[in-house]
Design a protein around this ligand. Structure first.
Ligand code: AHR
Length: 522
């Protein structure tokens, strides 16, 4: 057992025995020990990544309106959305899918717009995809956001040559047919591409392959994905969804010890009551709230299960888990195209985001990137748009509050807390993580999963003393409160002062159904 863990355990026992006599005092039941001078791995900023698919109004209307639009834009990308996204410090953006990626032929989306092929978006509503948003537009978007590109290649219906050419077109500074083509299309210098995925969900929409078949195919593709002109690709192999540990085992056994891929993806959506009737995003009861939280917490077990397999083949943790699709998936909003996956976003989704981001932080040793599905107008998005209007969702605010963890060092914590009980089921009522940034500021992020009661938690802060503490809280009057185009500021963070600090012990009272982030300055 690591020394820091032993220290935490001893401290926990001491503080627990000291406070356990006060039976009525909730702060005795809820305790979070934070050790500020025993740190863990660095939390990759890429855990806070996003996902933009050619699906519904994520790209078209949401991010991209075109240069001729009346909606104010920069090179066709709408300004309101762009400026809002800059505030949450998007570290990387995944594109063009999702399932769309394995139908996407990148040469359809380059060159003069009037000559680009119009195709059918077979996965998402059968609508016409005119390819007006392609490689150059995506790379411009990443440049304007100041984020890294995460491009998902086509294995399912593409070819090795097509994928190899795309990498050359994007990243090579040498003389070649692909680099000449790029220059003809207006981009002289090669771009940098950080992440490149070799297919998406190849066990399903990406080709219905077995793990063995995919593993062989992936190795073939990977062999031809070059590192050009100083660009180092972080190649992401298609991983499993949920608890499909067999897929991970096969890939790690077959290709995990060779330099065929650097990251393995995982997808996990929380879907209450299964894929048939998934429930409404805003009209739900406490059973659905509880079930959502319970499913969200499963992310921890899923990561632990896949990590344990990876540990056997890669004990040095040279390969990362890339949770490149996660979030809540509900029925579409009534009256909208079922193929567009447009859903509202409530206080429930804010708590969901906090739970996931805390879990990813806690697994910073293995989880190197993650991407919320999706960025705008699709599934658990951070932004919704309607014509020229824009709304920031409760999930957006959690990303804004949690941005302080990006590239910070994970701190060791020990959390003991009461249960949130519903019917005959129970889950922990609190989610938490903590980090210290390069300036020595400590950030603690917490969520109270219980929609019915405030919770007080005692936090002995061991290691350093702090002079100044500030905080923010995100909560709402109802569990289904949400921001609409008519009332965009219903769920928004405000300054938080529900804490005291005495003799190195913080006491925090979180409102019911809330997310709190505290900053401690020495
Ligand atoms: O995010 C929506 C879809 O969910 C993606 O296209 C696919 O990868 C997943 O099944």
């Amino acid at each position: 057992m690591k020394k820091s863990i032993i220290v935490i355990k001893i401290l926990f026992l001491l503080t627990w025995t000291q406070t356990n006599g006060q039976k009525e005092d909730q702060s005795a039941v809820n305790q979070l020990i934070i050790v500020t001078n025993h740190s863990g791995p660095v939390i990759s900023k890429d855990i806070y990544g996003h996902f933009s698919e050619h699906l519904g109004n994520c790209i078209y209307g949401g991010l991209w309106v075109g240069t001729d639009s009346k909606i104010p834009n920069t090179y066709g990308i709408r300004n309101d959305v762009l400026f809002a996204l800059r505030e949450i410090k998007v570290p990387n953006l995944r594109w063009p899918g999702g399932c769309f990626a394995d139908t996407y032929h990148w040469k359809d989306g380059i060159g003069p717009k009037e000559r680009r092929a119009s195709i059918i978006n077979t996965n998402w509503g059968g609508v016409t995809e005119d390819n007006s948003f392609g490689t150059h537009e995506f790379m411009k978007l990443t440049e304007l956001l100041g984020c890294d590109a995460y491009i998902n290649g086509n294995v399912g219906s593409g070819s090795v040559k097509e994928m190899a050419d795309w990498i050359e077109y994007l990243t090579s500074g040498a003389v070649s047919p692909m680099t000449s083509l790029r220059k003809e299309n207006g981009q002289d210098k090669p771009w940098k591409v950080k992440y490149f995925a070799i297919g998406n969900e190849n066990w399903g929409c990406g080709g219905n392959m077995t793990a063995e078949f995919y593993s062989n195919t992936m190795k073939q593709y990977s062999t031809f994905l070059g590192n050009y002109s100083g660009n180092q690709l972080y190649r992401v192999a298609c991983g499993p969804s949920d608890y499909n540990f067999g897929w991970t085992e096969t890939l790690m056994k077959d290709a995990g010890t060779r330099e065929m891929f650097q990251g393995l993806s995982i997808h996990y959506y929380s879907v209450v009551d299964g894929w048939g009737f998934k429930g409404s995003a805003t009209k739900f009861d406490e059973r659905e709230w509880f079930e959502t939280m319970r499913l969200n917490l499963q992310m921890d077990n899923i990561i632990k299960g896949h990590s344990a397999i990876m540990d056997r083949y890669d004990p040095e943790k040279t390969k990362g888990l890339v949770v490149d699709e996660w979030g809540n998936w509900y029925n579409v909003e009534p009256g909208t195209n079922p193929g567009f996956l447009y859903q509202q976003n409530s206080m429930r989704d804010a708590v969901t985001a906090a739970i996931h981001l805390n879990i990813f932080n806690q697994h910073a040793d293995r989880v190197k990137a993650a991407n919320l599905a999706q960025m705008v107008n699709v599934l658990q998005s951070v932004i919704l748009t309607k014509d020229d209007k824009m709304v920031l969702t409760p999930t957006y605010w959690v990303f804004r509050m949690f941005r302080v963890h990006q590239e910070a060092t994970l701190l060791n914590i020990d959390l003991r807390c009461e249960d949130y009980v519903y019917g005959n089921k129970k889950i922990p009522a609190i989610s938490a993580s903590a980090s210290v940034d390069k300036d020595g500021k400590v950030h603690i992020s917490l969520a109270n999963l219980n929609p019915d009661k405030p919770i007080t938690i005692t936090c002995p802060v061991i290691g350093d003393s702090f002079k100044k503490i500030t905080g923010e809280v995100l909560t709402a009057t109802q569990m289904n409160s949400y921001n609409s185009f008519e009332n965009p500021d219903i769920v928004k963070p405000v300054a938080f002062n529900g804490f005291t600090m005495k003799d190195g012990i913080l006491s925090i009272t979180m409102p019911s159904k809330s997310v709190v982030v505290l900053e401690l300055i020495k």
